[in-house]
Design a protein around this ligand. Structure first.
Ligand code: ATP
Ligand code: MG
Length: 458
């Protein structure tokens, strides 16, 4: 627990003395000033958590001093002490950012109560600041990196979504491809940025809890509902709600969500009043929703409703040289964080990174680089520093077996362009070495050449 530092600005020495007694009893560190001049000096040389400020000082008013304090420090909590006759100025002081005022003569108890409230506020403010700093660190480089064509398209799309009034967005992509990140970026770049982004993971809660979290409940709606509670949809009003893992939402709730998406209205659990809110819904899933629909676990109509704008985040293994770009980004980041002089990644290490399937996508890459940076004893990362999981064999090939025809059909021509992309990536990754590219694609060299020719890549 940090020592609390208090500055008492008061010309009557008896009041100064009695305040000091009380504060020191509580373990605070106390400084005193008897006029504006010495107060200014004390402020110049020290920092305080709390300032007790007399309204009437010999050389200037407390209000003037408060104005000066606010110029240099807009966080310190100030409590004005004023005689009854100057209460109007005390109100003025509140406008200038004093936390509260007490009238003289005061009851010590009442004063300490006000002090406690003030310090509580300081503590909360600090926590918020700390939290914000932490968030910024965590999400600080909150930009979506990527130069692969699929990513430039994606970024364009995200930009457009952010700038327009699209009310429902579905994010699809394997785990670790950046769905959370994209949701944050959309929110932050939209007109809604000043309002909350509320996050809820549909897997984390039981059906009834999830329902009351989302829609809120009235008092007495169920046994534990001792008070009325607003749901996240209400809290997100004006902003964005991010429904993560939507594929896991219990069916009964899916129906209620669908109704909300259609009417933008809902009722609290146990309530009768219709509540209207203005929120953008961003839903995300890393699951095969088509399969869930086939199996009757996900409502087709909800899928259509969510599907208005769908953003598909490509898996890392399909993003070609983005692996290099992201690797460099993470190396730079952990270099700073761990204060380690590892600045480079050698080519064999890159090759290892390229030849891996990355089932955990960008998150997995980040973890692999983090670990490598921690353990590396030289100034460059080599092959041995890169420790990969078992999924060396590209797991998405086997995913194809489960590929289901999407509800809106599929453009067969895409297969052609997919083939072309694979060929180009194989060449890029092997620095145009055809034998190695052929091996990557499990083709003979002749068949590779035939295909390259077909696509005009030779
Ligand atoms: N394009 C990118 N550029 C930079 N960092 C990225 C990118 N994509 C993902 N990341 C980072 O990778 C990590 C995982 O991303 P995120 O949590 O958004 O994935 P997700 O798709 O929500 O995964 P899951 O399905 O498991 O929830 C985060 O630290 C995120 O910042
Ligand atoms: Mg996520």
């Amino acid at each position: 627990m940090m020592t609390i530092r208090v500055l008492i600005v008061e010309d009557e020495s008896l009041i100064r003395w009695s305040l000091r007694q009380k504060f020191e009893e509580r373990g605070y560190r106390v400084a005193e000033a008897e006029d504006g001049r010495s107060a200014t000096q004390a402020l110049d040389t020290g920092t305080y958590d709390l300032i007790m400020l007399d309204y009437k000082l010999p050389d200037l008013t407390g209000l003037e001093l408060l104005r000066r304090i606010r110029k240099v420090d807009d966080e310190v909590v100030v409590i004005m002490m004023t005689a009854y006759s100057t209460i109007e100025s005390a109100v003025e002081a509140i406008k200038l950012g004093a936390f509260d005022y007490i009238t003289k003569p005061f009851q010590m108890e009442q004063l300490l109560f006000t002090v406690d409230k003030a310090l509580e506020t300081t503590k909360l403010r600090r926590e918020v600041r700390e939290l914000r700093r932490h968030l910024q660190e965590e999400y600080g480089d909150d930009s979506i990196l990527g130069q692969h064509p699929s990513m430039t398209k994606l970024l364009e799309m995200i930009n457009q979504i952010a700038k327009t009034g699209v009310s429902t967005v579905l994010l699809r992509g394997e785990t670790g491809t950046g769905k959370d990140l994209v949701a944050r970026v959309i929110h932050r770049n939209s007109e809604r940025a000043a309002h909350p982004l509320v996050n809820i993971t549909c897997t984390a809660l039981s059906e009834s809890l999830l329902e009351s979290e989302l829609f809120g409940h009235e008092r007495g709606a169920f046994t534990d509902a001792k008070t009325q509670k607003k749901g996240l949809l209400e809290l997100a009003d004006g902003g964005t709600i991010f429904l993560d893992e939507i594929g896991d939402m219990p069916p009964a709730l899916q129906a209620k969500l669908l109704r909300f998406l259609e009417e933008r209205k809902f009722r609290r659990v146990g309530g009768t009043k219709e509540i209207t809110v203005d929120v953008r819904v961003i839903a995300a899933t890393n699951r095969d929703i088509e399969k869930a629909i086939e199996e009757g676990k996900f409502r087709r109509d909800l899928m259509y409703r969510l599907n208005v704008v769908t953003v598909v985040l490509p898996p890392l293994r399909a993003r070609g040289d983005d692996i290099r770009l992201l690797t460099q980004h993470f190396v730079a980041r952990f270099m700073r964080e761990f204060k380690k002089p590892v600045t480079r990644v050698n080519e064999p290490a890159y090759e290892k990174l390229y030849n891996y399937g990355w089932p955990g996508n960008v998150r997995e890459l980040r973890n692999v680089i983090e670990r490598a940076m921690l353990l590396c004893k030289r100034d460059e990362l080599g092959q041995d520093d890169i420790v990969l999981g078992r999924a060396e064999q590209q797991p998405w090939i086997s995913d194809l077996e489960h590929f289901a025809l999407p509800p809106n059909g599929f453009d067969f021509e895409k297969l052609r362009s997919l083939e072309r992309q694979l060929l180009r990536q194989a060449l890029a990754r092997t620095n145009n070495n055809q034998s190695r590219a052929a091996k990557l694609l499990n083709l003979s060299r002749d068949r590779l050449r035939y295909r390259l020719q077909k696509h005009g890549l030779l």
